[in-house]
Design a protein around this ligand. Structure first.
Ligand code: ATP
Ligand code: MG
Length: 565
């Protein structure tokens, strides 16, 4: 490609509304342009990167034995009713009507469509196992689209779905996909980590997420200092404390805390540590309100809370009015001692071993000191309710927890028979018996990867693409071409030779001043730059510079090729 004929539109200014580096740089390089909230056009430059990511994903999926299909984005309501997800998927599902008032959605994922395909196509166990994948546009009406293509509403996903006669066979394909994902993210040149993820009712090792490690990541990952243990913080177990609860020593005493509501305010006012307080949240349960208690320095883990039998599958805080109606005080003064009897009190393991603690007094403007479980407050049940924190023991017993930030770029999941059961996807087994198939699903956020790669690879001058996904691997820059036709000829020849050798090159023949040209080439992150100048030509050399290197080197033509091979 000759840049003089390419549509490149870079800008110097950092866009005001872009919070993270990848979003800023994708706008400054002109890779994407926003059409509406969370909806973007990919420019020729951006699309070159996106297509390279896509190609690596496709190659490795094919190598792993999966078969590409292409399913529709528009999906009929009836299919989603079969799995009860038309309602359950919630606000993320974009629903649409056609001219006959028939209802459809724009696919946020394709379990229903592929299971429908499979139940029609597959009749016999002899056809199994199979893995179908596609690389296709999804729409999710995210509450807070942000960070550009990182959390978009319309985005490109690779989604794969496998079908099996047995759970064993599914587990085998799961391992195969896990290995394929490892190859994909390695080839993409990204620093990543596979972590255990929440797998809802299925449990066990049935789900892993692949995270690109970056400070701007929206997910927190807990990992061990002493082992390979790594899990999404949503899932990571906070192990039970080693020590027993000490005996009660202080009397229960009501103290005035006129304006102190938060743990920070209360603990500093009463001169105690947050770890000596119990924090109580009131959430909506299946039948009435439920109290969740954690230590003052800990936080409720919502994903763990959602799984409590008392909760309706989600954990929603009760409103101030609901709390006042039942308890008679504002949320900041709630505590487990003396709560109305109908409210179950579910207590985190670490909070359950406290004695003589501080908690809300269930009256506006007051707290208790010297509160004790059993004597003053009933425990309905002890559970693992909190988020792990740095320094907690690792759940596998080896080492301590540390926490890193990650961007979820892939997710593998053993679905079991959930969808096949709901939709009647069966095959006949060897004995001629109908058997519900086992399924796995495997997603990769293709467009999110582009942003995630930038989060890991940039400097003050711009993007630094890993070679595998750079829009071009090498830029040939021509200085003062008008001055001397020999320079143009030498640059043209080098560019043609690079292309002939299969090296993805771009020729910057725009005739810009060197400074301007280099700034653009650095901003758009081309990993290798070769400058053709009058001075070099006289010396028989090219000026080569690797994007991360601080200095350029004078290299012969052969040496340039050696570097790039
Ligand atoms: P997240 O937790 O980030 O919302 P998810 O768990 O809902 O993602 P999956 O259903 O597992 O997402 O989808 C597979 C992959 O698609 C994710 O691993 C992620 O890389 C990508 N993805 C999901 N939502 C978005 C989005 N809004 N914008 C861009 N990519 C997305
Ligand atoms: Mg996921």
């Amino acid at each position: 490609m000759r840049l003089s004929r390419f549509h490149l539109s870079t800008v110097k200014e950092v866009p005001a509304d872009a919070e993270i580096v990848s979003h800023q740089l994708m706008l400054r390089t002109g890779m994407v342009r926003k059409l509406a909230a969370g909806i973007y056009t990919w420019s020729p430059l951006g699309l070159r990167v996106l297509r390279k990511v896509e190609a690596i994903v496709r190659e490795e999926m094919n190598r792993a034995g999966a078969m590409e299909v292409l399913m529709p984005s528009i999906q009929p309501r009836e299919l989603w009713e079969e799995t009860e997800r038309w309602q359950r998927f919630g606000g993320q599902l974009l629903k649409i009507k056609d001219r006959k008032e028939q209802e459809f959605c724009y696919g946020p994922t394709h379990e229903e469509v592929i299971t429908d395909f499979a139940r029609q196509e597959l009749k016999s166990y002899k056809q199994l196992p199979l893995n179908f994948y596609q690389i296709q546009t999804k729409f999710r009406d995210e509450i807070r689209p942000r960070f550009g293509v990182m959390r978009a509403r319309e985005f490109l996903m690779k989604d794969a779905y496998s079908f099996h006669l047995t759970q064993d066979c599914l587990a085998h394909e799961y391992a195969n996909m896990y290995a394929a994902y490892t190859r994909i993210f390695t080839r993409l040149g990204l620093g990543f980590r596979a972590v255990q993820a929440d797998s809802g009712a299925i449990g066990g090792d049935a789900s892993h997420e692949f995270h690109v490690l970056a400070d701007s990541g929206e997910d927190a990952i807990a990992f061990s200092t002493g082992s390979e243990y790594a899990a999404n913080i949503e899932l990571a177990e906070a192990v039970a404390p080693g020590q027993q609860r000490p005996p009660a020593q202080s009397p229960l005493t009501r103290v005035d805390t006129p304006r102190q509501k938060t743990i920070e305010e209360v603990s500093s006012f009463l001169n105690v540590q947050p770890a000596e307080c119990v924090k109580t949240l009131i959430v909506r349960g299946r039948d009435g309100l439920v109290a969740l208690c954690v230590r003052g320095d800990h936080e409720i883990n919502e994903v763990k809370a959602q799984k409590l039998a008392e909760l309706p599958g989600e954990s929603e805080l009760a409103s101030e009015a609901e709390i006042e109606a039942v308890v008679g005080c504002k949320p900041g003064f709630i505590g487990p001692a003396g709560l109305p009897a109908g409210i179950p009190v579910i207590v985190d393991r670490a909070a359950a071993v406290l004695a003589d603690f501080v908690c809300g007094g269930n009256q506006n403007g007051s707290h208790y000191t010297g509160a004790n479980w059993g004597r003053d407050a009933v425990i309905s049940r002890i559970e693992d309710l909190r988020k792990v924190v740095v320094g907690d023991p690792s759940p596998d017993g080896q080492g301590e927890i540390r926490i890193a930030r990650g961007i979820e770029v892939g997710h593998v999941f053993q679905l079991g028979q959930k969808y096949a059961e709901a939709m009647g996807a069966t095959v006949l087994d060897e004995a001629g018996q109908k058997r519900v198939m086992y399924m796995g699903c495997y997603g990769i956020g293709v467009s999110r990867i582009v942003a995630a790669a930038i989060e890991q690879n940039f400097d003050a001058a711009g993007v630094i693409w890993p070679d595998a996904i750079a829009p071009w691997r090498v830029a040939v820059c021509v200085i003062n071409p008008k001055h001397d036709p020999a320079i143009t000829a030498a640059a043209d020849a080098l560019y043609a030779d690079l292309c002939a050798a299969g090296i993805d090159a771009v020729l910057d023949d725009r005739g810009l001043r060197a400074g301007q040209m280099f700034a653009d080439i650095e901003l758009i992150g081309i990993p290798h730059r070769v400058v053709v100048s009058e001075r070099g030509l006289a010396a028989g050399t090219f000026e080569y510079r690797q994007r991360r290197a601080s200095e350029a080197e004078a290299l012969s033509r052969d040496q340039v090729f050696e570097r790039l091979r």
